[in-house]
Design a protein around this ligand. Sequence first.
Ligand code: PNS
Length: 161
Amino acid sequence: MKIAVYPGSFDPITLGHLDIIERSAKMVDRLIVGVLVNQAKTPLFSMEDRVKMIQDLTKDYGNVEVRAFKGLLVDFAHECKATIIVRGLRAVTDFEYELQLAQTNKVIAPDVDTIFLTTNLKYSYLSSSTVKEIASYHGDITPFVPEEIVEKIKEQYKVDH
Ligand code: PNS
């Protein structure tokens, strides 16, 4: 059984992330989306909200599960019995960081491989930070995130953030 993890902060999930989930889920038997509990950052959405949003958005995909994780990604991969880490590559600017992450993870856990999916061209410019910036100025975020979560994001900016 081929198990992969797709890790990230997903704060919030974008159409680019969802596209990677959809495509990678077709390549493996089980895909576990790992939502990072990052103590260093103050997220826009709580970990519970981020997990719930992704669960709702992926409820019709038979082989996708969503879990929160803290600590090292490779430990999470081992817990999940995953041998694959999936990451999306948007542009060459992502490459250096992603290569370092993948190579470091490979040293710590030689049994786990990272595979990269090139982001759909439609979303190659897109990031959660851009979405938050636009939302903070009350701009239109509908081209960037699943319609089911547009209002949830807008609500976060009704109060100051
Ligand atoms: O979507 P993001 O925020 O770019 O995802 C980054 C993520 C979650 C893949 C990365 O920060 C991560 O793996 N964090 C867990 C800690 C870890 O294992 N770091 C790598 C060893 S250097």
